[in-house]
Design a protein around this ligand. Structure first.
Ligand code: SF4
Ligand code: SF4
Length: 332
């Protein structure tokens, strides 16, 4: 059973949570969009409940609150190495249902795809998740097609409307922080049930889909900027950088930094060879990972249908149109 809180009561709950957690969620950053005089919604630490953006899909996903774009993982000197400390305080992340499903994909990649990732595990165990109810489908969302519009297993569910906020706290520890005020209610969580965009993912693809001419179009159009990877909540690749300090070049730190399979140099290997040199090959690699190859390994699709890659491409390359073309290849 949940509770109905008005805005002041919700702020009171938020402040109680702040005593135990650093709270992250989608925030509006005015004037920092890609074009002049445009805003961007991305993840940042929240100082008040009012900062949380409800009516617009975040341009970037929650994953930068879980693992930073650039993270120092160890410090070294000539003879010694020290693992970098994790964040001092636990985190709470507010996110929508599609992103909560993306968390399952991140867990799969970092925790169950070979050796566990120590840094991800550390952060994951120190983080709780609050799902934000979603009434209206955002631009280019196709979560219903991907089955990610509803979710369970969160620590808190919250939904804000003109009558205040409905909150359902699932974790006993967090329940004790709920204010005494507010009214108990039998409301059900609100999730999007219909998107304007419907996508059909092919069940099977022709054996020669790797060589299909459909990928050539992207060699002419894609500029390899990697933005589609950076906004995607399910992309998990990173690269390593060793930084040597100027005042002592024998000491430094190792950082891991997000990487993109669309960018030059991603697939360079020792000896000078490079795989997937054309943008068409890179697009094929990315798209088939999202809706075919990952499923072969884990039994469900990697893509959660958030539509962010569709919105962010500076060349107006449509991932959704690409999936439609792929569907037309089914059974051929
Ligand atoms: S591939 Fe595109 S639509 Fe799918 S999860 Fe990534 S950003 Fe969202
Ligand atoms: S955002 Fe568009 S142009 Fe940039 S790498 Fe992705 S598909 Fe290519």
């Amino acid at each position: 059973m949940g509770k109905r809180l008005n805005r002041d009561e919700m702020q009171q709950f938020f402040e109680s949570l702040q005593e135990s957690y650093d709270i992250y969620g989608p925030k509006l950053y005015q004037g920092t969009g890609c074009f002049s005089d445009t805003d961007v919604v991305r993840y940042g630490q929240l100082e008040s409940w009012e900062e949380l953006v409800w009516d617009r899909k975040s341009d970037y996903s929650f994953k930068e609150a879980l693992f930073p774009i650039s993270e120092t993982i160890l410090y070294f000197t000539e003879n010694e190495m020290k693992t970098a400390d994790g964040p001092a305080r636990p985190r709470m992340i507010f996110l929508k249902s599609c992103d909560f499903h993306a968390l399952k994909r991140l867990d799969e990649m970092y925790l169950r795809n070979g050796a566990e990732d120590f840094y991800y595990r550390r952060m994951r165990e120190n983080t709780v998740f609050a799902v934000m109810g979603c009434k209206e489908s955002g631009e280019s969302c196709f979560c219903v097609s991907m089955g990610t519009n509803r979710c369970e297993g969160y620590d808190i569910y919250a939904f804000q409307d003109e009558n205040g906020c409905y909150v359902d706290v699932k974790s006993g520890e967090l329940e004790s922080l709920l204010p005494e005020c507010g009214q108990s209610t039998e409301e059900e969580p609100v999730f999007v049930e219909k998107n304007q965009v419907q996508v059909e993912i092919p069940e099977s693809l022709p054996e020669n889909i790797q060589e299909d001419s459909m990928w050539q179009e992207y060699s002419g159009r894609c500029i390899g900027c990697g933005r589609c990877n950076f906004v995607c909540p399910t992309c998990t690749c990173f690269t390593m950088q060793d930084i040597f300090y100027k005042d002592n070049p024998k000491a430094g730190e190792r950082r891991r930094v997000w990487a993109s399979c669309q960018v030059d140099g991603y697939s360079d290997i020792a000896g000078g060879h490079s795989f997937r040199q054309s943008q068409g090959d890179r697009m094929r690699f990315k798209v088939l990972h999202k809706v075919s190859d990952y499923k072969k390994r884990f039994g469900y699709h990697m893509c959660v249908g958030c539509g962010r890659c569709e919105n962010v491409c500076p060349e107006y390359i449509s991932y959704i149109a690409c999936l439609q073309k792929l569907k037309e290849k089914e059974g051929k």
